[in-house]
Write a protein that binds this ligand. Structure first.
Ligand SMILES: [Zn+2]
Length: 532
């Protein structure tokens, strides 16, 4: 009998990552620097010597001292929206309406046929901060349908040709469009904005597939291993499922149903639809609009528009109907609520269904402005506040003008909300914000924008600690969709999803956080992104 080789005595793994600094739950600073992975699952964590004496693998990654975190997860995002938005003109960087026009002219050169569709304008970034109108659009692009969605998605500027193509007859009702100085602007709000958008000619399935694959690549480049798709229809979910099964989408996705009969009939079964990469166990609802376009529903009027409280887009009764279905079928219900009146309404409707001891994890998305008396209701009914740290730093320059200091002190109150249940998920709401989880982390801990402003941070009482911020985009994000037993931390038995950074974001000086670079993104034990 020959001697057994070293390999024969060791167990075979598929991948070993060595010479790393690993953020496993209890390993910080304990010299844990090696992970063995098999069939997408973590099978060993320990020192290099320990793991490499027990396992060998055909693929070995020398992390060269880099930092391995649990895969970063976006707990509230619109993945399909990101993908479809890739075919639109990006208006987020425009600093005036003239710049918007210039971007659209450049876009027209690349896309000479069909509609001009843009996304991301924000008049708060322009001189004077006034809402635009469609006069210049009609002049520069005569006869061409142009639809430009505001950064928050709740308002749309449309050219005369687009309004005609959508079959909208003017004048429309007050509240459906923005009237300035008695004049129609071409800006439509909420449902009318949706109606305009729904008249844009749809891309083909093969175009959508390409866009979803590109969006997957962008997410991996940013270090994301899991995202959310907040509000989809059956056909969109089935397409994602098939592309995941074909290995074309290598992101884990928590898909939320839009509340339609077709979606409920198909997906609300005795068991929740679940694959290793997809979960369909929540319904997305909207209670109100957004603060930027004064659509968020407030208990007291806007400070800068005293006859406006904003609007509820779903009545309490309509929300209750969906709550009942969700409760009965074991689904989560995740409702967008930004204004304090909308947040209160949702808390109260949820509380009619939730019973003591329930672990339903029904969520309030954004929970941006919360009345002093309502914070405790999150804890009382175990309702999950789902926050987006970059919303605070995107809105901080003008939010005070909208709602005044007394309400601002209870707005973007992430740390106070965290104290309610002891955990909360964090995300971006992309494509409303950029997709980068590093920016979420930085905004959560430093409460500063990507330019490092303001110097002392925005309302620092509500900053998260670095460990809490990391948890909010890993284990708590997983928990927010009932996935914490299989992902969200680096532990034996969990899936091998890692984000590998060149920087220790838990201990590095604050100014270094934003400079950190994603070296590898690993999903299910496979390297899906590697920095050049
Ligand atoms: Zn959203």
């Amino acid at each position: 009998m020959g001697l057994l080789s070293c390999h024969d005595m060791k167990k075979k793994a598929d991948l070993i990552i060595f010479n790393a600094n690993i953020y496993a739950p209890d390993s910080v600073g304990k010299g844990v620097n090696c992970i063995a992975v098999k069939k997408g699952i973590i099978i060993g964590i320990g020192t290099d010597a320990d793991i490499r004496s027990r396992y060998w693998a055909p693929k070995n990654v020398n992390a060269k001292g880099a930092f391995v975190f649990p895969g970063f997860t976006d707990a509230h995002s619109h993945f399909t929206g990101l993908a479809l938005g890739l075919r639109y003109a990006d208006l987020t960087q425009a600093h005036s309406f003239d710049e918007v026009i210039a971007i659209l002219q450049g876009y027209r050169k690349l896309h000479p046929e069909g509609w001009i569709v843009g996304r991301g304008w924000d008049q708060n970034n322009w001189p004077g901060k006034a809402f635009p109108d469609n006069k210049l659009l009609n002049k520069v692009f005569p006869g061409i349908p142009v639809i430009l969605t505001r950064v928050d998605g709740h308002a749309v500027l449309a050219s005369a040709a687009a309004i005609k193509s959508a079959g909208i007859v003017l004048p429309v009702k007050k509240g459906e469009a923005l009237i300035q100085n008695g004049e129609f602007t071409g800006i439509f709000l909420e449902e009318m904005a949706d109606r305009l958008r729904s008249s844009i000619p749809l891309p083909t399935v093969s175009q959508i597939t390409d866009l979803l694959v590109t969006a997957t690549r962008l997410c991996h480049e940013a270090g994301l291993t899991a995202v959310t798709d907040a509000g989809l229809n059956k056909s969109e979910i089935l397409l994602i499922d098939s592309l995941q099964k074909a290995g074309k989408i290598t992101l884990r996705i928590d898909a939320w149903l839009s509340p339609t009969k077709e979606n409920f009939d198909y997906f609300m079964k005795d068991t929740i639809y679940h694959t290793p990469f997809l979960r369909v166990g929540a319904v997305k609802m909207y209670a109100d609009g957004a603060l930027g376009s004064r659509g968020a529903c407030l208990l007291n009027p806007y400070l800068d528009e005293p006859d406006n409280h904003g609007i509820l887009v779903t009545s309490p009764d309509a929300l209750a109907v969906v709550c009942e279905l969700a409760y009965k079928n074991g689904f989560q219900i995740n409702t967008h609520a930004i204004g304090d009146s909308a947040v209160r309404m949702v808390l109260h409707e949820y509380s009619k269904f939730l019973k003591p001891g329930d672990d339903r994890r029904w969520r309030i998305e954004h929970a941006q402005v919360v009345n002093e008396n309502d914070f405790a209701l999150f804890a009382k009914y175990h309702i999950i506040p789902s926050v987006q740290a970059t919303h605070a730093t995107s809105d901080m320059d003008w939010a005070g003008q909208r709602i005044g200091y007394a309400r601002l002190k209870n707005a973007y109150a992430y740390n106070r909300l965290l104290q309610q249940n002891g955990w909360l998920p964090n995300g971006t709401d992309f494509p409303v914000e950029g997709i980068e989880p590093i920016k979420t982390f930085y905004a959560a801990v430093a409460r500063k924008d990507a330019d490092g402003e303001p110097e002392d941070g925005f309302m620092m009482d509500n900053a998260l600690s670095r460990i809490d911020a990391l948890k909010s985009m890993t284990i708590w994000a997983a928990k927010s969709c009932f996935e914490e037993k299989r992902r969200g931390s680096v532990e034996v038995g969990k899936v091998a999803d890692f984000t590998v950074l060149d920087t220790d974001i838990i201990n590095a000086p604050e100014r270094k956080i934003l400079m950190s670079k994603v070296l590898y993104t690993i999903v299910d034990g496979k390297i899906v992104y590697k920095a050049r």
